[in-house]
Design a protein around this ligand. Structure first.
Ligand SMILES: *Cc1c(COP(=O)(O)O)cnc(C)c1O
Length: 452
């Protein structure tokens, strides 16, 4: 990695926190912004670069969240900034459905090349992850002539009506927002840490899900199985080895479209371009967003040509889908991921974090609060349980929140997640340098010791 940072990569927190300007903005916000939008951090951003975020009061935070896995190349990567500037000076929008442009085609070519499998592929672009997932399902339904869709326990696929239906967790995502779309079914996930039978293999967990599908829906009624290869909001759950390949095989045997939702796990995050590659799974359709365009809103559905081309002309699209500025940003971000070997960087981050917190877990002992450390690349999580509940593995959301709060006060932004709210997830920008990463991890370690 050879990155020229624009901002000094150093943590600094002043005594008054949040500072006066952030407090002033908090008051203005309360009077102007809908209360339903929550923010995890009470400060307002002035600048961001590499692994650092500056607030409006002169504080500098270490960013271990990347705005939820988006700023993989940093929030102001020089190549992305250059490409965006160049594009906006020419045109900001024409609408690809009216007057098309090269950037859209180039992003489609790039996605067809990078996604797993050597079959003929097509890509269609949108703005958000939820929109990509919705459209993947539209495509699967037209291509198969079937309507049922299977999602999993702990799944998160977005906040639009169809994707809320696919998402598992009620509060805050679905609560009160129904009714939801019909023909959505839920199958049991493989969640190794919380399996009743700790010996269950990935293949057996897949057979359990397949039984649910066969008995409660009928395999020949299913248009699509949609799954996050590593679940994001649900708790960074990595299914047991063999689970995903068996599901993909079942889909293939029964003419079901296998959709990998890689909105969070995609684009170098897990140490491969896509998380399915860790088990050699080739999805029929793959949805991408978040890390794709260095912070610009862009998403995609990529997959088998015969599936995408099954949809009638005009059936897919949207005013802004594949906006030219976002496309220019994506091409530059992908180039940075490649030239800086950010997949390799993700694997280095995994080794650093697992080694350090593995040691801490051992030190805290079998009845300590770190239940499990898991994840791949720089998509890593620590799941916390109540002290002394090694058997019951009682989730401890309060302790998890206390750890995140402690980190924030020390100038480290850390996100939580999980069905039980008891998981700390680490999603640093992959361009973070070792010094800053280690400083952030020192703070996290101190926070865990303080509450343990
Ligand atoms: C974030 C996320 C989505 C939704 O993306 P938006 O851009 O917020 O609509 C869908 N699927 C997964 C796996 C996600 O992590």
């Amino acid at each position: 990695m050879d990155i020229q940072y624009r901002l000094e990569q150093k943590r600094k927190v002043l005594k008054d926190f949040p500072g006066p300007r952030s407090l002033e903005l908090t008051a203005r916000r309360a009077a102007a912004v809908a209360a339903g939008v929550a923010s995890s951090v009470p400060v307002y951003v002035a600048d961001a670069d590499g692994g650092i975020i500056h607030d409006v009061d002169g504080n500098s935070f270490i960013d271990l969240g990347s705005g939820i896995a988006v700023t993989t190349v940093g929030a102001s990567d020089a190549a992305v900034v250059g490409a965006v500037k160049e594009q906006v000076e020419h045109f900001t929008h024409t609408c690809f459905m009216v007057t098309p442009y090269e950037g859209y085609v180039a992003v489609a070519e790039k996605l067809n090349e990078l996604t797993p499998g050597h079959h003929a592929k097509r890509t269609v672009l949108f703005n958000s992850g939820a929109e990509a997932v919705e459209n993947a399902i539209k495509i699967a339904r037209v291509a198969t002539g079937r309507s049922a869709v299977v999602a999993f326990d702990h799944a998160y696929h977005g906040r639009t009506n169809l994707t809320m239906g696919l998402t598992a967790k009620a509060m805050p995502y679905k609560y009160g927002f129904g009714p939801f779309a019909s023909e959505i079914y839920r199958a049991p996930m493989s969640y190794p840490f919380r399996e009743e039978n700790a010996q269950i293999t990935g293949k057996e967990a897949a057979e359990r899900a397949i039984l649910t599908m066969s008995k409660q829906i009928g395999a020949d009624q299913i248009a699509a199985i949609v799954i996050e290869p590593i679940q994001g909001e649900g708790g960074f759950i990595v299914p047991a080895e063999g689970f995903l390949p068996r599901l993909a095989e079942f889909a293939k045997e029964n003419g079901i479209v296998f959709i990998a939702d890689e909105v969070q796990s995609g684009f170098a995050r897990t140490g491969e371009w896509f998380a399915v590659q860790h088990e050699g799974v080739v999805p029929d359709l793959i949805t991408t967003a978040k890390g794709i365009a260095g912070g610009m809103p862009l998403s995609a559905v990529t997959g088998r040509a015969e599936l995408l081309d099954a949809v009638h002309g005009g059936g897919l699209g949207g005013t802004y889908g594949g906006n030219p500025v976002a496309c220019a940003a994506a091409l530059a971000a992908i180039e940075t991921m490649d030239s800086q070997d950010l997949r390799g960087r993700a694997r280095e981050i995994e080794a650093t974090v697992k080694e350090r917190f593995g040691r801490l877990q051992a030190e805290l002992g079998e009845n300590g609060i770190i239940g499990e450390i898991r994840g791949r690349g720089a998509m890593l999580a620590l799941e916390f349980v109540k002290r002394g509940s090694a058997q019951a593995k009682e989730p401890d959301a309060a302790t998890t929140k206390a750890i995140a709060d402690y980190c924030l006060k020390e100038g480290v932004i850390i996100l939580t997640c999980g069905t039980y709210g008891n998981v700390i997830r680490l999603l640093p920008p992959l361009v973070i340098n070792d010094e800053l990463l280690n400083d952030g991890l020192d703070v996290l370690e101190a926070a865990i010791r303080a509450v343990a």
